[in-house]
Design a protein around this ligand. Structure first.
Ligand SMILES: *Cc1c(COP(=O)(O)O)cnc(C)c1O
Length: 364
């Protein structure tokens, strides 16, 4: 059987090892997964309670239009429900966008070190991928503007960026938007939006009025702690949303997931607590790094990235201590957990850096 030529260069998504697999491999009793930026505080208690009470229609298809969920989001964000599209996680929304816009001969532009699904779907659609390296860990918008051309259909900006946690500010984004051709769609993936505390982070919703070629992505998988349910959404101009809806599968978000998302959205206090405790956790890591002169990227998310060249070694040491972190070729990404979990990882890092320093001193 002959599959699409471009699939030769791609592989199925490889999920991190489960805690159970890690237990078998490392002989450690219990593992804490800090590798996928899930919410270590779980989700709002209203979700379980509400689902138990309200959800009993197992034989019927879900509301394909996710009307209640879209209305709930729209009301809070002061947009129209026609300006929102829901997907089975942002993963699916990214697929829908790619399938709607990309043809062979087109290109997309994104960063070199960013969320890999933008590239993945572009390749499947037979589309060229232009990757611009980060500049000091941050999206390099000037260079992106320099490489985009008349064949550029989508520019993907992950803001704050996964895996670095860094962000593009309001001024930079506005300057950039002015340079983009109106036929090129700019997609801003704000999967970590809720965690952001920087005062100069772009208010992208307000930019929607000015730019019809702008799409914003957000998800219930991270701060809302609903990764298992798979709910993400896009906000943008009605005419784009309408086209994305043609490509979207008719019943893409399950009834249970829609209900869970509405319940989570309405519990503002759980969200605020998550954000506060996350800030404290980030500060634990940042003070540790500063005190020990370890490089890190200042983060607006629920993870922290330490640029280093022995990520696999750090991964092993953390695993032996019962923590699963995420190694990259140029550093390690650690999801913020409870203060005790953070302390546990920090203790591993501290020992490693102390040891490697005393080794260096011996060699000098
Ligand atoms: C986690 C993540 C997603 C995917 O989220 P889902 O809604 O769970 O599919 C998308 N983009 C970025 C940047 C992410 O980190």
């Amino acid at each position: 059987m002959k599959v699409k030529e471009q699939l030769r260069a791609l592989h199925p998504y490889k999920p991190g090892k489960s805690a159970k697999q890690m237990q078998a491999d490392y002989g450690v009793h219990s593992f804490v997964k800090l590798a996928s930026n899930e919410n270590l505080f779980g989700c709002s208690p209203c979700v379980m309670e509400g689902l138990r009470k309200e959800w009993n229609e197992h034989a019927l298809y879900p509301d394909g239009g996710a009307v209640e969920l879209r209305e709930t989001i729209a009301e809070t964000l002061h947009v129209k429900k026609e300006e929102i599209l829901c997907g089975s996680g942002l993963d699916e929304v990214i697929q829908i966008i790619s399938r709607t816009l990309l043809c062979q001969g087109d290109n997309i532009v994104t960063a070199g070190e960013t969320f890999p699904q933008y590239r993945h779907h572009a390749v499947i659609e037979g589309c060229e991928v232009k990757e611009v390296p980060l500049q000091n860990g941050v999206y390099h918008l000037d260079e992106i503007a320099a490489v985009m051309n008349e064949k550029t259909k989508i520019i993907w900006i992950c803001n704050p960026n996964n895996p670095t946690g860094t962000y593009v500010n309001d001024r930079k984004l506005r300057e950039f938007m002015k340079q983009v051709h109106k036929e090129t769609l700019v997609v801003i993936d704000e999967a970590y939006y809720e965690y952001v505390t920087a005062g100069d982070f772009p208010d992208t919703i307000s930019l929607l009025k000015e730019y019809k070629n702008l799409l914003i992505l957000r998800t219930f998988s991270k701060a809302y702690g609903l990764a298992a349910f798979r709910v993400g959404y896009a906000i943008g101009n009605e005419t784009i949303i309408e086209k994305l809806n043609v490509v979207r599968l008719p019943f893409n978000v399950s009834s249970l997931a829609q209900k869970a998302a509405v319940l989570a959205w309405n519990d503002e206090s759980f969200l605020q607590r998550t954000i506060r405790v996350n800030r404290e956790g980030l500060q634990q890591y940042e003070s540790f790094c500063k005190e020990n002169e370890i490089r890190f990227y200042s983060s607006q998310t629920n993870f922290i990235f330490l640029p280093l060249d022995n990520a696999e070694e750090i991964y092993e040491l953390c695993a032996q201590a019962g923590y699963i972190v995420r190694p990259f070729s140029n550093g390690v990404r650690i999801t913020i957990g409870t203060s005790k979990q953070n302390e546990g990882v920090i203790a591993v890092l501290k020992q490693h850096f102390n040891n490697s320093r005393s080794r260096d001193e011996v060699h000098v």
